[in-house]
Design a protein around this ligand. Structure first.
Ligand code: ARG
Length: 461
């Protein structure tokens, strides 16, 4: 049954119907559509459109329908109706007869879909926030285990200065914490205003208390402009932006771990649970989970881009273009959620090859800055010290020695103030401990950051 057709003399071409129908994807808003309908029944009842008894009957039938669709949401997708709103209305009429035909009084699918999608986004945010939290918990747990383990720190993919593996992991925990806050803000903003009661574009003609209706649906108040309300999809763009930024973070984590897991680096070992073999080369263990996370970033960023272009220059108010918001949002949300879960699984089973990582951190003259600081402490201006250490490094490379393998005599050729205490300064554990500013790699500071993030994570479910 279509919701329209009175002014039509011909039915739709099947090819147009297939093109136009959205039930195959908007079935996912079935529960939200029913929740909105229950609230709408109350609203029009208070405006005198329904008697109390009719309202109770409609709400009862809608609740039954809600239980049915919850039990088998997938079945809704193939029911053949134009969209989820048509589906719910048809099923309601099947249950209560012509009384069901009263529910759409004063409402349009335009404000209905705007509401449904906001309700869907609200729930999706809650689920995503949980998944981000779960990943952050894995990261802080792993970081606590490796707060002391020395690891090569890179800039330009060149070994730069040693850090701890815990410090490295906490860098990602900070990114995901920002993702959490960003998405919380998005959720808070979308919960401000409720579009229901805007009708098709001009506002409903029935005297309902829209603010009360908004509060009943968990919003702060009703939207302030009906034209805007039916065509606003800022929350979709925002969620996709949140997803894209977080996927960029996930792709960086994936790339780092892929490099560290490579045969060349071998700093970490990924669990068998998140890797797969090659059909040809028996020795291979491929980091598929991480590669997929890295690859799926493109898909989510594509969804954001697509949504922005759909919204660009959209004439006021509702246009069918807006139906294009859902598939990409649903796909991006599913993808982001899967990637968060998968990243947590990777971290959970990851093993650090402590000695390999330590040896790599020791190589590459990554304690050269330390030697410069040592000279600074002896009165050599930093810029001069930098030049001296450059010469020492060149000399050490020629001799194929690490800095700490040079003798005091060799050091003295470059600067007289270098003495026997230089070896302590060059020692990686000492070097790490010196980075004891807030946010630095000193294990004490890393532990403090782990504790402070854990305190926040503990308040979440
Ligand atoms: N399926 C539509 C969508 O997703 C529902 C709203 C339809 N409104 C209309 N006036 N045709 O946007």
């Amino acid at each position: 049954m279509a919701l329209w057709g009175g002014r039509f003399t011909e039915g739709p071409d099947q090819r147009f119907k297939d093109f136009n129908d959205s039930l195959r994807f908007d079935y996912r808003m079935a529960v939200e559509d029913i929740e909105g309908s229950i609230a709408w029944a109350d609203a029009i009842c208070s405006a005198g459109v329904l008697t109390a008894e009719e309202c109770a009957q409609l709400k009862q039938a809608l609740s039954e329908l809600e239980a049915e669709v919850r039990a088998n949401l997938q079945a809704v997708a193939t029911a053949g109706d134009e969209d989820i709103h048509s589906y719910v209305e048809r099923r309601l009429i099947e249950k209560v007869g012509s009384l069901g035909k009263k529910l759409h009084t004063g409402r349009s699918r335009n404000d209905q879909v705007a509401l449904d999608l906001k309700l869907w986004c609200r729930k999706a945010c809650t689920e995503l926030l949980k998944a981000i939290t779960a990943l952050e918990r894995e990261l802080t747990k792993c970081a606590a285990q490796h707060a002391e383990d020395i690891f090569p720190g890179y800039t330009h993919l060149q070994r730069a200065q040693p850090v701890t593996f815990g410090h490295f992991l906490m860098a990602y925990a900070q990114m995901f914490e920002r993702d959490y806050n960003r998405l919380s803000n998005t959720q808070e903003l979308l919960n401000q205003t409720c579009p229901l009661g805007s009708a098709a574009l001009a506002g409903t003609a029935y005297q309902i208390d829209r603010d009360a209706l908004a509060r009943a649906l968990g919003f702060k108040e009703a939207t302030h402009n009906s034209l805007d309300a039916v065509s606003d999809r800022d929350h979709v763009m925002e969620m996709l932006a949140c997803a894209s930024i977080s996927m960029v973070h996930l792709s960086r984590l994936a790339e780092d771990l892929i490099i560290y897991n490579s045969g060349e680096a071998h700093f970490i070992e990924l669990s068998d649970k998140v890797t797969s073999g090659s059909s040809l080369m028996p020795q291979k263990k491929n980091p598929d989970a991480l590669e997929l996370i890295r690859g799926k970033c493109g898909r989510v960023v594509g969804a954001l881009n697509g949504m922005l272009v759909t919204m660009k220059a959209l004439p006021m108010a509702y246009d069918k273009d807006l139906q294009e918001d859902k598939e990409r949002l649903f796909d991006a949300v599913d993808t982001w959620h899967d990637c968060l879960t998968m990243a947590a699984l990777v971290i959970e089973g990851m093993h650090l090859n402590r000695h390999t990582a330590f040896d790599a951190a020791k190589g590459g003259y990554s304690n050269a800055t330390e030697l410069a600081d040592y000279l600074v402490a002896r009165g050599v201006p930093f810029r001069e010290a930098h030049g001296v250490v450059g010469q020492v490094v060149l000399y050490a490379i020629e001799k194929n020695k690490a800095l700490e393998d040079l003798t005091v005599d060799e050091f003295e050729q470059f600067n007289k103030s270098i003495g026997g205490d230089v070896y302590d300064a060059l020692e990686l554990h000492n070097l790490i401990k010196k980075r004891s500013v807030k946010g630095g790699t000193d294990p004490e500071m890393v532990r403090a950051e782990i504790a402070s993030l854990n305190a926040k994570l503990e308040t979440r479910d």
